[in-house]
Design a protein around this ligand. Structure first.
Ligand code: AQP
Length: 343
């Protein structure tokens, strides 16, 4: 069983990225899966910092370098072990670009035109470059290069993983089982999303996803926000008319989003939280949520401060991760080149 996922080093990583993606990864690094003959195996987990994706919209180069290391620090601070997982930077394994080019040649234009994220991001740009349009093909290459079975992601990335599966199926049909290839070239990956928490909403506009690229800093809580920032953002988070603390996403999107965040950080069920806050005000609920967030995000602030003192240790982990990732990537590329009739 192989697991692959990644995050773009764009903007500040927020609690939506953590709850929807990274928190799942931390649990998966220890999970064992049954294999044939009653034997169980731990999955191979590969977590990438997808820097080539972050340059598909305008960015600042100095900031990008800082953000790449910051995302690595977040992975470690969240509890991902560099021994149990491969942690690396996408641009340090050139096979991602090679496979993306080759997959471009079998990806229909219409499939890319349908991608929701492309439409949303393109609408925000004055100039749209080809890189943004081809983003899903690079993401397909990221996933297929490692013969991935499971891609743990948030709701917004499900469409890209489904396209990846389609590209893999198309490739296998066209180039697998020929005189040049003895069988399927790629495993077919599946997205894995949480039942609750796959789409954490903006604090200021709870009908929109919490997003790194949101221009309003009050819309999200980042993993390194100070206690004061957390209190301020939560106390000014949009709630709904009425006063009941109830999970009703359609009627009460604001309070339902805050209940989801509370539940995931406290490991208490939403039902138990509704009972605990019965008759209490929004203000009391928000004060308690702020306390939980301050406590749960403290280890991130502390670990980050510790890692900032030893940047070489992060560089070493990333260099080692790139070497390990490249071995797997090279084996896949050998199969891909041969099956496509390249030398
Ligand atoms: N609001 C969210 N709730 C739950 N999960 C989320 N993810 C993103 N937003 C939420 C998941 O986090 C992972 C990292 O995603 P990414 O860096 O590839 O970018 P994204 O999906 O486009 O996330 P953002 O935060 O909206 O970033 P920008 O604004 O830079 O595009 C993915 O697994 C994603 O599903």
């Amino acid at each position: 069983m192989r697991i692959f996922s990644g995050i773009q080093p764009s903007g500040d990583i927020h609690i939506g990225n953590y709850l929807g993606a990274i928190k799942q990864w931390v649990a998966l690094q220890n999970k064992v899966y049954p294999v044939r003959g009653g034997i169980s195996n731990k999955a191979d987990c590969i977590f990438c910092i997808v820097d080539w994706h972050a340059i598909t919209v305008p960015y600042n180069q100095t900031m990008l370098q800082r953000k790449i290391k910051e995302v690595a620090a977040i992975y470690l601070a969240a509890g991902l072990s560099p021994e149990k997982n491969i942690i690396f930077v996408q641009s340090q394994v050139k096979e991602h670009a090679e496979l993306a080019w080759l997959l471009n040649t079998i990806t229909p234009l219409g499939d890319l035109q349908r991608m929701t994220q492309f439409k949303e991001k393109a609408a925000k740009q004055a100039n749209v470059e080809a890189g943004l349009f081809n983003y899903p093909v690079l993401m397909a290459a990221d996933i297929l290069l490692y013969q991935t079975d499971i891609v743990p992601v948030g709701e917004d990335q499900k469409q890209h993983v489904e396209l990846t599966r389609e590209i893999a199926r198309r490739f296998n049909t066209r180039f697998g089982k020929t005189e040049l290839s003895s069988g399927e070239v790629f495993s077919l990956p599946k997205a894995q999303t949480l039942k609750i928490g796959a789409k954490i909403m903006s604090l200021t506009a709870p009908d929109k996803k919490m997003s790194k690229s949101d221009k309003n800093p009050q819309a999200s809580i980042t993993l390194f926000d100070s206690p004061e920032q957390i209190k301020k953002k939560i106390s000014s988070a949009t709630t709904d008319s009425g006063h009941e603390i109830k999970f009703q996403p359609k009627e009460k999107p604001g309070i339902s989003n805050l209940l989801t965040i509370y539940s995931l950080f406290s490991d208490k069920s939403i039902k138990d939280l509704e009972k605990a806050f019965l008759g209490k005000s929004y203000q009391e609920f928000k004060a308690s949520l702020s306390e939980i967030l301050i406590e749960k995000l403290k280890p991130f602030r502390n670990k980050k401060a510790e890692l900032d003192k030893s940047p070489e240790s992060i560089e070493k982990i990333l260099a080692d991760g790139a070497l390990r990732a490249q071995k797997i990537a090279q084996a896949t590329m050998q199969k891909v080149r041969t099956s496509m009739g390249l030398l």
